[in-house]
Design a protein around this ligand. Structure first.
Ligand code: DC
Length: 241
């Protein structure tokens, strides 16, 4: 049976809690695309810094630790995977210690240079297979893949984002604390948008999509419509019945 596959790159940027990860994965699965979660890479780099007992606010020491860390990333949307020095750290990188330190680590220029180079390699590798790739993060449309076929900048009110993050924490077995999460969302917004290197901002040619009052299905519908109208869908034969 014929169905549609993505070709090329879709860049999805925006702050935490806008639903980026959920919709990126679902869209990638629906369109036979690879999926790259760049936030997971910054989180794994942060875990390396914490394991090394280095101050996240010391850029030289942070850069040294991250240079020596071996990060590997899986791009299958059904099984996103992230390994640090050979260990699966998918769960550990979502904990409060990493969340508290990741903005400081991701503000270090040498860390960004290293991870952006690795992200571009992963995107190029993914593009060798049919199906394109959906890349989510903060600087995908502005820095990592500035020539992406479609760039979308997701937003939502801080209140809605804090609610979603809290619900996610609870569903994944962590303690849910709405006030603390709200404060953390605002703190990270300020740090990620205010940093000198590659601050979080909408690319000039990105479409903005406010997800405050939209559920996942509605966001996916919008994204699908934009992918189609950009001519980024190609017909493909299904290999499974
Ligand atoms: O999407 P996330 O919450 O897992 O991202 C974790 C942190 O990583 C976020 O606070 C900002 C940083 N980040 C970044 O600086 N650049 C990216 N492309 C992705 C994430």
């Amino acid at each position: 049976m014929a169905h549609a596959r993505l070709r090329g790159v879709v860049a999805l940027d925006g702050p935490s809690g806008t639903g980026k990860s959920t919709v990126s994965r679902k869209l990638a699965s629906a369109l036979g695309a690879a999926y790259l979660d760049t936030g997971a890479m910054y989180r794994a780099a942060t875990l390396a810094v914490l394991h090394a007992d280095v101050e996240p606010s010391d850029p030289d020491a942070v850069a040294r630790v991250v240079r020596a860390a071996r990060l590997s990333v899986g791009t299958d949307p059904e099984r996103p995977a992230i390994f640090l020095d050979g260990s699966d750290v998918g769960r550990e990188i979502r904990g409060p210690e990493v969340t508290g330190a990741v903005s400081a680590v991701s503000a270090v220029a040498a860390v960004r240079d290293q991870l952006v180079a690795q992200q571009r390699e992963l995107v190029n590798e993914a593009l060798l297979a049919p199906g394109g790739v959906i890349v989510e993060g903060r600087d995908i449309g502005t820095v990592v893949v500035p020539d992406a076929g479609l760039k979308v900048y997701l937003t939502a009110s801080a209140h809605a984002r804090a609610h979603r993050r809290t619900a996610q924490d609870v569903s994944e077995g962590r303690a849910g604390d709405l006030d603390r999460t709200h404060a953390d969302v605002q703190r990270r917004d300020a740090l990620d948008s205010g940093r000198e290197v590659s601050p979080l901002r909408k690319a000039d040619d990105a479409l903005e999509l406010d997800t405050t009052d939209l559920d996942v299905v509605a966001v996916l519908e919008q994204l699908h419509k934009h992918v189609e109208s950009r001519g980024l869908l190609v017909a493909a034969e299904r290999t499974t019945p």
